[in-house]
Design a protein around this ligand. Structure first.
Ligand code: PLP
Length: 430
């Protein structure tokens, strides 16, 4: 597929027809195993002399079509579908760092990622140094000889301030450190590889799937990072791997292209930890990708209209949306989100927690759920739900005030979205 247009790639990249039946839609290959042609074929597959299907924990044709399509849309070279976004975050780091190593991460993260880094990876001996994303140089200051990766979200909620991808990626490249971007909130709107990131991951559960049906994740290799040039900085890709007969990944994978990072993840972490994407979910994510360009445009258009509407409403003290920032944050939005700001929008109610709860309870069409990126509009009041275990000061540090409401604006007709928000605001501010 030679097109550069996401609308075309979303429908055609990575698949033409089924080689056995000529089926146009990607079949759900619901099989655990694949028959080898011969003992030589089997040995070649296991020895990575040839790439092919062995066992669905490691690779499957339905997963493969999804992986090729998202890699093409992202401008990367190869991808690995996984069971969840959490698995994708964990693997993206564990692929480079082991006990005694560290990563530097933005503080502005999804709560599940924060827990993974601050607790579970820490217990495994991988330290995360959290730094302020508004100060790119903070990444350099937190770096030492054992720093293996930088990590951030493109458009973290609740603040919705785009991360300085190019600035931090450039700092990392000087040290031989790749920037891993969680692009869950901004697929197609931001292509982190274009700004120098080396790895992109998604919770496919959100916009990629787009219909609130399936949990999944994916890691994409940009193929744009020279791992071999940094043998001491990146030992896991440059020294013999005892779990694969002493393979040195940058050397062993060379004939297959610049895919050492993602192939190692597949044949070691996925092999050993087993967080595989089910073929049926891969099929649903392919369906999601087919309309992703259309949906991101509509999400962006509707969320901007919602933000503008909220900005004029009595009882709303602040609107949080990339087009409503000022100063440095506004400059970031202009630089990274010139073609649409995504579907997320937050606002603060003067009436605090009480008003936030009343607003949520009064919604008739918009769903009250702890998710984002569904085609339907969704809302949540973080202070009384997702962030309720934090103190008010801790909540404030993450950007959550008592009257803060998060909206994931869907693709319903804008008049219906505004009507529901309007009547709920009336109820909350009465
Ligand atoms: N990253 C972000 C930005 C998320 O919002 C989420 C889920 O909410 C995750 C990662 C984790 O993804 P999953 O729920 O698919 O494991």
């Amino acid at each position: 597929m030679t097109s550069k247009h996401p609308e075309t790639l979303a429908l055609h990249a990575g698949w033409r027809r089924d080689s056995a039946t000529n089926a146009v839609a990607v079949p759900i290959y619901q099989t655990t195993s694949f028959q080898f042609d011969s003992s030589e074929h089997a040995a070649n597959l296991f020895g990575l002399k040839e790439l092919g299907n062995i066992y669905t924990r490691i690779m499957n044709p339905t997963q493969d079509a999804f992986e090729q399509r998202i890699a093409a849309l992202e401008g990367g070279v190869a991808a690995l579908g996984l069971a969840s976004g959490q698995a994708a975050s964990a693997f993206s780091v564990q692929n480079l760092a082991r006990a005694g190593d560290n990563i530097v991460s933005s503080t502005d993260l999804y709560g599940g990622t924060w827990n993974l880094f601050a607790n579970t990876l820490k217990d495994q001996g991988i330290e995360t140094r959290f730094v302020d994303p508004t100060d790119p140089e903070a990444f350099a200051r937190a770096t030492d000889d054992r720093t293996r990766a930088y990590y951030a979200e493109t458009l973290p909620n609740p603040k919705l301030i785009p991360f300085p991808i190019a600035e931090v990626a450039a700092i990392g490249r000087k040290f031989g450190i790749p920037l891993i971007m969680d692009n869950t909130a901004a697929p197609l709107l931001v292509r982190p590889f274009d700004h120098g990131a080396a790895v992109v991951m998604y919770s496919a559960t959100k916009y990629l799937g787009g219909h609130g049906t399936s949990i999944g994740g994916v890691v994409i290799d940009g193929g744009n990072f020279d791992w071999e040039a940094h043998p001491t900085r990146q030992p896991l890709l440059n020294s013999p791997d005892p779990s694969y007969h002493g393979a040195v990944w940058t050397q062993a994978v060379k004939p297959l292209g610049p895919i050492a990072y993602i192939l190692k993840m597949r044949v070691t972490l996925l092999r050993d930890l087993g967080a595989a994407m089910a073929p049926f979910n891969a099929f649903l994510f392919i369906q999601g990708l087919e309309t992703l360009p259309l949906r991101m445009r509509e999400h962006s258009r509707n969320a901007l209209a919602v933000a503008n509407f909220l900005a004029g409403r009595k009882g709303v003290t602040r609107v949080i949306h990339p087009a409503h920032h000022t100063g440095e944050a506004a400059a970031r939005s202009a630089k990274y989100l010139p073609h649409g700001q995504g579907g997320l929008c937050g606002f603060e109610l003067a009436g605090g927690t009480e008003a936030g709860r009343k607003f949520i309870d009064a919604l008739k069409m918009v769903y009250h759920v702890a998710n984002i990126g569904d085609a339907r509009s969704l809302a949540i009041h973080p202070a009384s739900t997702t962030h309720s275990q934090l103190t008010e000061a801790e909540q404030a540090a993450t950007g959550v005030t008592p009257g803060y409401v998060r909206l994931s604006v869907g693709i319903e007709h804008i008049d219906d979205i505004l009507a529901d928000l309007s009547q709920a605001l009336d109820a909350a501010t009465a």
